[in-house]
Design a protein around this ligand. Structure first.
Ligand code: 0X9
Ligand code: ZN
Length: 419
């Protein structure tokens, strides 16, 4: 009996310890390999050494960004001899430590220094409350449902001179993929810039008078918390799947539209792009979808934009198919083209644009296809923010503000040119 109690106590402590232990990336290197025609070779190396990749499976003509633990570095470098390779992170653990130096945020003081560092989830919520409090007559805190673990998916809603809820909505989503921290900051920059300059810029005043803005910096709060507390490179939500010990459904493969189309997601619960057991089986997907439908019904949905990182892309529907063409495709491409030119004009950073499937890869069950065809937004885009692979997901904090400034220029172009 004593032994049983002792061993179950031990198991309990071990479980707690496992849960709290931070995944260490100390000494891990991240390599960018030019795959060329050697898809099978690169795939073989990745699976033989049991490595993880940052941008899906290696594809012909593309780069494969591969995380290599210290014990495998020499084996890996031997395997890729002769291939075009650069080192993205000499020591991923050190890069993460540097990035995770959050400046202390003093509640109540929203100003541009917010964008000098990344922040804890609690501080992100405080930032929204403080921003709202600075504009009490034209904003409110909103939630679009709860996550699996009961975290409200929190955003800020703001409006102009006509009052709330009467103008068509513009919705920004950030950080559905937990590790894409720059998306949180950029989406917050949109809200900060529009609200802070409403009183002084006639252009911004006209934007906010024309549309209601709904800005959700973190639509995957459970995953985001996990990426901050446990594993910086966590991507999915925190949902378990019967019959598997692996955790997480990829919310951006789970939207219930063209979900069954083969090839654009994984059916393996351990994969980073696991689509779930059925379309819309992630609570976050269902909550976000229902909320968007309500907004569309109540006030119309002018623009939906889902921010991700990294790759510097500005994309349009569709992800599920490379041959399906969006109804407004010509106009969407022309807007995307203008947006990337506007982005480039700010800091010289180049984004590519085009439909998701042909620009990045086939992705089924992504937000864009659902919002375009099921919810029915007038304009739907998704953007992959900086960079193109120097730092990847672990983007230095000094690139937050420039990322926000250029992303805003892209949005400004849309606001000036959407019909
Ligand atoms: O795989 C994805 O979901 C996106 N790339 S990421 O590295 N950020 O995960 C690309 C799919 C494009 N669809 C949307 N961004 N909605
Ligand atoms: Zn993403």
């Amino acid at each position: 009996m004593k032994q049983i109690i002792f061993s179950s106590l031990f198991a309990l402590c071990a479980a707690v310890a496992v849960q709290q232990r931070r995944v260490s990336y100390d000494g891990h290197k991240v390599f960018r390999v030019s795959v060329g025609q050697e898809v099978a070779k690169v795939n073989g190396i990745v699976s033989k050494l049991g490595l993880t990749t940052w941008k899906g499976a290696p594809r012909a003509g593309a780069f494969a960004d591969i995380v290599v633990p210290p014990a495998q570095v020499s084996a890996f470098t031997a395997e890729i001899t002769g291939m075009d390779t650069i080192t993205m992170h000499e020591d991923l653990g050190a890069s993460i430590a540097e990035e995770s130096t959050f400046y202390t945020y003093a509640a109540g003081s929203v100003n541009s220094t917010w964008f000098n560092s990344y922040h804890s989830y609690a501080d992100h919520l405080q930032f929204l409350r403080d921003l709202q409090a600075q504009h009490p007559a034209q904003s409110e805190i909103v939630t679009s449902g709860n996550s699996l673990n009961g975290n409200p998916i929190t955003g800020i809603h703001f409006w102009g001179s006509s009052g709330k809820g009467v103008k068509p909505a513009i919705v920004f989503h950030g950080t559905v993929h937990a590790r894409e921290w720059i998306a949180t900051m950029v989406v917050e920059y949109m809200a900060y810039n529009l609200l802070t300059n409403y009183a002084t810029s006639t252009e911004i005043e006209s934007f906010v008078d024309t549309y209601d803005f709904y800005v959700f910096p973190v639509v995957n709060p459970d995953g985001f918390l996990y990426s901050q507390n446990t594993d910086r490179l966590w991507r999915k939500n925190r949902q378990s799947t019967s019959g598997s010990t692996c955790v997480g459904h990829d919310i951006n493969r789970n939207w219930p539209y063209m979900w069954s189309v083969p090839g654009g997601a994984s059916t393996n619960p351990c994969a980073e792009d696991f689509k779930g057991k059925s379309g819309g089986d992630a609570p976050e997907t269902i909550a976000l979808a229902a909320w968007l439908k309500t907004i569309k019904a109540n006030q119309g949905l002018k623009l939906f934009l889902d921010y991700h990182s990294y790759s510097q892309l500005f994309m349009t529907p569709y992800g599920y198919s490379c041959t399906a063409v969006a109804t407004k495709n010509n106009e969407l491409q022309s807007l995307a083209k203008g947006a990337v030119a506007a982005i480039k004009a700010v800091h010289g950073v180049s984004f590519d644009y085009g439909p998701i499937c042909s620009t990045i890869y086939q992705a089924t069950g992504s937000s864009v296809d659902y919002v375009n065809d099921v919810v029915g937004a007038d304009y739907t885009f998704t953007s992959e923010l900086r960079d193109t692979g120097n730092y990847g997901f672990v983007l230095p904090a000094n690139q937050i503000l420039p990322s926000g400034e250029e992303a805003y220029a892209g949005i400004r172009y849309l606001l000036l040119n959407m019909r």
